[in-house]
Design a protein around this ligand. Structure first.
Ligand code: ATP
Length: 192
C-alpha cells in the first residue's frame, strides 16, 4: 500500500498460511487494511470502503504531513495451484487512483480493465464480494433467511458464478439483438 487512507508510506503486509490477525489500538488502521484488499479487487461502492467519495481513500494529510495525490495498492497472490488462468507462479493485481479521478488497474504490471479482473477471479472465492473477505455483513448474508442471498456464497464455491454471469451477458445481448431486429423490420416495412 502507498498513499491509501492512513498508509502514507509504502507498507507491506505478508499474510502467510494459516490465520493472520491484525492487532492495534483503535483507529490505527486495521480496517483500512481490509478496505485496501477490497479496493484493489475492484470495490466501487464508496460506502463499503467507509468513504464519502472515492477520493477519500487517498491519504489526506495530517498536521505535519501533506496530503498525497495518488493511492496505490498491490495484492500479490501465489498461483501455484493454477487458481486462475494466468501462466505465472505469482499474480499481482494493482489499482491506482489519482486525485484527478484517473484510475488504473494492472495485472502482473500489464494494464487491464476492471471487467477482465472480475472475470479472472470469478469462482475462485477471491473478489470484493466473494467469501475470501468475511466481514460482519457477510456473516449476516450467510445467516440470512433469504435463500437467494445465501445461495450466492454456494454458487461461488461450486464454481458456477462464471456461467451465471456469462448467461446474464448473453441474455442482455439477445435482448439488444431482438431490439435491433425489431428496428430493422420497422424500417423494412416503411421501405416496402
Ligand atoms: P477500530 O479498532 O476503532 O475499528 P481501526 O484500527 O480499524 O480502528 P481504521 O478504521 O482502519 O482503524 O482507521 C481509521 C483511521 O484511518 C483514522 O485515524 C482516520 O483518520 C484514518 N484515515 C481514514 N482515511 C484516511 C485518509 N484518506 N487519509 C489519512 N488518514 C485516513
Amino acid at each position: 500500500m502507498f498513499g491509501f487512507k492512513s498508509f502514507a508510506d509504502k507498507t507491506e503486509i505478508e499474510f502467510t498460511n494459516g490465520i493472520s490477525a491484525l492487532l492495534g489500538p483503535n483507529g490505527c488502521g486495521k480496517s483500512n487494511v481490509v478496505d485496501a484488499i477490497k479496493w484493489v479487487l475492484g470495490e466501487q461502492a464508496t460506502r463499503s470502503l467507509r468513504a464519502e467519495k472515492m477520493e477519500d481513500i487517498i491519504f489526506n494529510g495530517t498536521e505535519d504531513r501533506k496530503a498525497l495525490n495518488v493511492a496505490e495498492v498491490t495484492l500479490t497472490l501465489e498461483n501455484d495451484e493454477d487458481l486462475v488462468q494466468v501462466d505465472a507462479p505469482e499474480l499481482s493485481v494493482k489499482r491506482r487512483l489519482f486525485r484527478s479521478g484517473e484510475s488504473e488497474y494492472y495485472l502482473n504490471n500489464t494494464p487491464v480493465k476492471l471487467k477482465e479482473l472480475r472475470e479472472l477471479f470469478l469462482d475462485t472465492g477471491i473478489g470484493k464480494s466473494a467469501y475470501s473477505i468475511m466481514e460482519q455483513g457477510k456473516i449476516d448474508q450467510i445467516l440470512s433467511t433469504k435463500p437467494e442471498e445465501r445461495r450466492y456464497i454456494f454458487e461461488e464455491a461450486a464454481s458456477i458464478t462464471k456461467y451465471k454471469v456469462k448467461g446474464q451477458e448473453a441474455e442482455r445481448k439477445l435482448r439488444r439483438t431482438d431490439e435491433n431486429i425489431r428496428q430493422v423490420e420497422s424500417i423494412l416495412s416503411e421501405v416496402k
